[in-house]
Design a binder for this molecule. Structure first.
Ligand code: ADP
Ligand code: MG
Length: 671
């Protein structure tokens, strides 16, 4: 057995548990050892029997004097044990676990941790955690800081503890350090073996903190080794002909635009033109909210390529977006002599184009770009790595610009997208109507409904977003879309037509609902957050969000971006039943800020990256120990990653680290 042995091959795990472990993303021994406790329960205080008091949670260590099963007259099974520890005896009771008498033999030493209560008028440990003590073995379930893990059906923390402890012992000789010693010293890290042991079974809380720091350092180091290595390879293996930038002509193009560029647009254009003039191909990410004006930045790059007699292509995820880009870009560039073409599933223009815009259809075999110099990809997350590679392979070493509306805070970008250079459009063009946003207290709910009704009477439409679909999904009193749709239709807006949209509708039905809403058949669409993607209905001007505290700021910002596309003033009403001051203050940030990137950065400090992006859907690897908020650790590990790669780009002289990195890349690869 080694670290990468599949978990189902392990004694006492097998197929039964391995299918359950899969739900926790545990497939190898390594995954299990890196399944990190979410917290520790402090059961370290061992009390003498003569010291215990009711309502305390205590650990007792003593000998079993008696053990017996009792059946109550209502048919319940009770198991009683009497424990003696030299200072006295105490009873312990378990409910419906009669098999315990097979495990507990009189005379064994046992630790019991649990709540002290009254039973049969005596102080008694009620349903305590138990652990039989054998000589020399350290306890893992009682009498210490006890790790509590993320669990799933059939997998308890107790089970995880036993298996982890067992595997740590067996594998101990094979847990070889893979970090070079100077790195460990410089960064005052624990060695790997100690860190792994202490993350699961720390003696003190500080030990677990140091352990987590070591494991977090590793994760951040590996991510950065991976991205920086890719960047170096990109720069090294590829060379492009540097473009000559004709400032005058570019300034002329900009002067023909019907608006003034924002400072952020100007800066991004400058970044891009500087890249294009280098002899290594550009690999840049341009991020900016919907409406921040990414297209015109891309257009300038296309023009610069054209002036160097190079073709460009822009790939968009849908036909509608391709057509939109085609219209915008040709309206700017046609009069300057640039031939712009469109190629989608249904349009296959032929001819010699300087710039060709389209969907995946661009990737079809046989479609050639004799002279491709620049590739622009809009909304990168929707294209896989393979598609991007196919596009790249159509030319020697084209410059690549990727555009995204997903806000990526700088610290995340540095680590995750360290292989890309980054430009951000962190301001919106002037004169945009800001979506007026209000956090609405529960007692103003009816006022909000009147407000919505008024806007509908003047011809607009509204969204009402609920976080859940079914009432049954909710543990608390969070409104579900189905239930709320009923209530609003029957009790609040009986005269209006309300549609219902959620992710469990068959996709045809979904289309149908959206179409009816677009046509105006529904005044209000009650929906789960599925509307976050892909709906653009200009007639809506109110977005009301229930249980807003359940969303990250960036997610709320993207939701409210569904309204405000038209010319009338739009509103976003945020509801929460929460009375917590922090929650309200967090939501109020949306009243003040309207830039996705700023909000994502605040999310990151307030709630962590998982909350910004939901799941791994955006290619953000789920970190086990590290956090993207930990700027200090990010910087330390970045410095080391750069130093390592400077010494040896291939990593061949760090074989253990290289192996680790290869495993890691396999693990986090989003595609
Ligand atoms: P996105 O970043 O979402 O792709 P677009 O490039 O589609 O944004 O731009 C949205 C709209 O804003 C377009 O109609 C575009 O013409 C306009 N626009 C872009 N830049 C500016 C600017 N600096 N001032 C005013 N309007 C602008
Ligand atoms: Mg766009």
């Amino acid at each position: 057995m080694d670290l990468y042995t599949p978990i189902n091959e392990i004694n006492k795990i097998g197929k039964y548990y391995s299918t359950r472990l899969k739900k926790l993303n545990i497939q190898t021994v390594h995954d299990l050892l890196f399944h990190i406790p979410s917290r520790y329960e402090d059961l370290s205080q061992i009390k003498h029997v003569n010291e215990v008091a009711p309502d305390e949670t205590d650990t007792i260590s003593g000998q079993i004097w008696e053990i017996r099963n009792v059946r109550t007259k209502y048919g319940k099974n009770l198991t009683f044990a009497t424990i003696h520890d030299g200072t006295g005896t105490i009873d312990s009771v378990w409910f419906n676990q009669p098999f315990l008498t097979k495990t507990f033999k009189v005379g064994l030493t046992i630790n019991l941790s649990g709540k002290i209560g009254h039973f049969n008028n005596k102080l008694t440990l009620i349903n305590p955690e138990y652990e039989i003590r054998y000589k020399k073995e350290r306890p893992i379930h009682t009498g210490r800081l006890v790790p509590i893990y993320p669990e799933t059906a059939g997998i308890t923390s107790k089970w995880l503890r036993s298996r982890t402890s067992n595997l740590l012992n067996i594998l101990s000789p094979k847990l070889n350090e893979y970090l070079p010693n100077p790195i460990i010293k410089r960064n005052k890290l624990l060695d790997l073996k100690t860190a792994l042991y202490n993350i699961h079974f720390p003696d003190k809380l500080e030990d677990s903190i140091k352990a987590r720091e070591r494991l977090a350092f590793d994760e951040l180091l590996l991510i950065q080794l991976s991205t920086i290595k890719r960047k170096l390879e990109w720069q090294e293996n590829l060379s492009s002909t540097p473009l000559k930038i004709d400032q005058e002509k570019i300034l002329h193009l900009i002067s023909t635009l019907p608006f003034q560029l924002t400072a952020a647009q100007n800066q991004s254009i400058k970044d891009i033109l500087t890249d294009l003039a280098k002899n290594t191909p550009m690999n840049r990410l341009l991020q900016g909210d919907v409406g921040s004006g990414k297209t015109v930045v891309a257009t300038v790059a296309i023009y610069a390529a054209y002036l160097n007699k190079l073709q460009s292509t822009l790939m968009a995820p849908t036909e509608i977006l391709s057509i939109q880009h085609f219209q915008t870009i040709s309206s700017i560039l046609n009069r300057l002599g640039v031939k712009v073409g469109l190629r989608t599933g249904s349009t296959k223009e032929k001819g010699d184009f300087d710039c060709i815009i389209g969907t995946h259809a661009l990737l079809s075999e046989g479609f050639k770009f004799p002279n491709l110099g620049l590739i622009i990809i809009d909304e990168q997350h929707r294209f896989g790595v393979i598609q991007r590679a196919t596009l790249r392979s159509k030319s020697q070493s084209p410059h690549v610009l990727t555009m995204t509306a997903t806000p990526i805070p700088r610290s995340l970008a540095l680590t995750l997208y360290g292989n890309l250079d980054l430009s951000s459009l962190d301001e919106l063009p002037e004169g945009r109507l800001k979506i007026k946003t209000f956090v609405v207290p529960p007692n103003k709910r009816n006022g909000a409904y009147t407000f919505i009704e008024r806007h509908i009477k003047s011809g607009n439409q509204a969204f009402i977003i609920c976080p859940l679909i079914d009432p049954s999904e909710s543990l608390e009193s969070v409104k579900s879309a189905k239930e709320e749709h009923q209530r609003l239709q029957n009790e609040v807006f009986p005269e209006l037509n309300l549609g219902l949209l959620h992710g469990r509708l068959p996709s045809k039905e979904k289309q149908n609902v959206i179409e009816k809403f677009r046509r105006g058949d529904y005044h209000i669409l009650v929906s789960t957050p599925v509307v976050e993607v892909g709906i653009d209905i200009t007639n809506t001007n109110v977005m009301m969000i229930e249980a807003a505290e359940r969303f990250g700021l960036a997610a709320l910002h993207q939701l409210r971006g569904r309204v405000g596309r038209g010319l009338v003033q739009s509103y976003c009403l945020l509801f929460t039943e929460s009375t917590s001051k922090e929650v309200i203050e967090r939501l109020k940030l949306l009243e003040k800020y309207n830039i996705g990137l700023k909000l994502a950065e605040m999310d990151l400090t307030l709630r962590g990256p998982g909350e910004i992006y939901g799941t791994a859907q955006h290619g953000v690897p789920s970190l086990k120990a590290a956090s993207f908020q930990d700027l200090k650790l990010i910087q330390q590990s970045r410095k080391e990653a750069l130093a390592i790669l400077e010494k040896d780009k291939s990593l061949k002289s760090f074989p253990t680290l290289m192996e680790k990195l290869e495993r890691f890349e396999e693990d986090i690869s989003p595609d």
